[in-house]
Design a protein around this ligand. Structure first.
Ligand code: NAD
Ligand code: DAU
Length: 343
């Protein structure tokens, strides 16, 4: 029975969407959010949630004493907290090592001590990248290879290698210590509350601020987009129905290249299709991600509900239009950092 759960990183983008999802759909569950409120965490993401069901503890997942105290009384830990942005990891990897590796280690040690269920939220980026479909024999006919739970780990960036490290720690703790854990690796999320450093909200808020959107490299890199609500439902499904020790891939067949996504944003916001700038590419930029989520679908019965990307994108654009106060104070600083790094 999941009555009291800890959601680490629950004041960030995907974590806060998960907290909203649980509050709205599982009235029997109380949530303790453990979040350090870094630049990416925001109390406002939890505004309006019932105080008798959601309690925010501001603290570090690498604080062993605090973690021990909280985990002792919990039924499960759902672990979202991380440094999450590739570009930042290329400027300074150190917080990625500390939070993503040492932080995860601290949590799983406490979970093993108290026999508490642990769900580790991870990324498809641990598998590196795939060739573009257009570069495959047959020139784009057929879908090409996708990531499966058996794909080889070959992360490219400091961010993705720190997430890969944390996945491997969880796997080892399951095998050696009997940790009651599951892992999920999800593709690129979009939706409300995403920090404006990330691709989609950066471009939406650029247009709303009179700044030209910025496309890295050729714009041909492919991401496999999923609405964050579908991710939340998948994590809940795995937490409650998943088999201990298993890894589940979460994806909604949403492959699009960055240029296509940007053109959709421009079109939806009444701009001309070419009203953007090409900027310096990301070093080591992964070419293509694509998820085979058939294990999650066939074994646990999950299906995505947000299957129309254009509709989900329109709602997301409207959310940033309607919530300017949520992002406008940070915009100049985020853009200044990008400009300093040639992006
Ligand atoms: P985010 O950057 O928006 O939020 C991260 C949250 O973690 C913030 O609230 C931050 O304050 C908190 N945090 C950071 N360091 C902490 C620490 N040491 N202790 C406690 N809290 C800390 O990230 P996101 O995009 O919501 O990603 C959440 C998780 O999902 C990450 O583990 C990420 O790897 C994974 N993921 C993200 C995506 C995506 O598309 N964004 C896709 C797949 C998986
Ligand atoms: O695949 C899951 C991953 O998706 C998560 O693990 C990460 O936490 C999350 O940040 C995301 O990583 P990406 O690097 O794919 O996301 P980002 O939003 O930074 O960039 C998406 C794509 O858009 C990528 O190919 C780089 C490109 N890009 C990004 C920015 C910020 C641009 O072309 N222009 C931009 O301004």
């Amino acid at each position: 029975m999941m009555k009291n759960i800890i959601v680490t990183g629950g004041a960030g983008f995907i974590g806060s969407n998960f907290v909203h999802y649980v509050v709205n759909n599982h009235p029997e569950v109380n949530i303790t959010v453990l979040d350090k409120l870094t630049y990416a965490g925001n109390r406002a993401n939890l505004a309006g949630l019932p105080a008798d069901r959601v309690n925010l503890v501001v603290g570090d997942i690498a604080d062993a004493e605090l973690v021990d105290k909280l985990v002792k009384n919990a039924d499960a830990v759902v672990h979202y907290a991380a440094e999450s942005h590739n570009d930042n990891s290329l400027i300074d990897p150190s917080p990625f090592i500390q939070t993503n590796i040492i932080g995860t280690y601290t949590l799983i040690e406490a979970c093993r001590k108290y026999g508490v269920r642990f769900h580790h939220v991870s990324t498809d980026e641990v598998y590196g990248d795939l060739p573009l479909r257009e570069d495959l024999p047959g020139h784009g006919e057929g879908e090409g290879e996708k990531f499966t739970p058996e794909s080889r780990y070959q992360p490219s960036s400091p961010y993705s290698s720190s997430k890969a490290s944390s996945d491997l720690l969880v796997r080892a703790w399951v095998r050696s210590f009997g940790l009651k854990a599951t892992i999920s690796n999800c593709s690129n999320n979009y939706g409300p509350y995403q920090h404006i450093e990330k691709f989609i909200p950066r471009q939406i808020t650029n247009i709303l601020s009179g700044i030209k959107p910025k496309l890295y490299g050729t714009g041909k890199n492919v991401r496999d987009w999923i609405h964050t609500n579908d991710h939340s439902r998948a994590v809940w499904t795995i937490l409650t129905k998943g088999k201990i020790g298993e890894t589940y891939l979460i994806g909604a067949d949403g492959e699009k290249n960055n240029k296509e996504v940007l053109e959709l944003i421009l079109q939806e916001m009444g701009q001309s299709k070419d009203a953007y700038e090409m900027v310096k590419d990301r070093p080591g930029h992964d070419l293509r991600y694509a998820i085979d989520s058939s294990k999650l679908r066939s074994e646990l019965g999950w299906e995505p509900k947000f299957t129309n990307f254009e509709d989900g994108l329109r709602d997301t654009i409207n959310w940033y239009k309607d919530n300017k106060s949520w992002w406008k104070d940070e915009k100049a600083e985020v853009e200044a950092k990008y400009t300093a790094n040639g992006h």
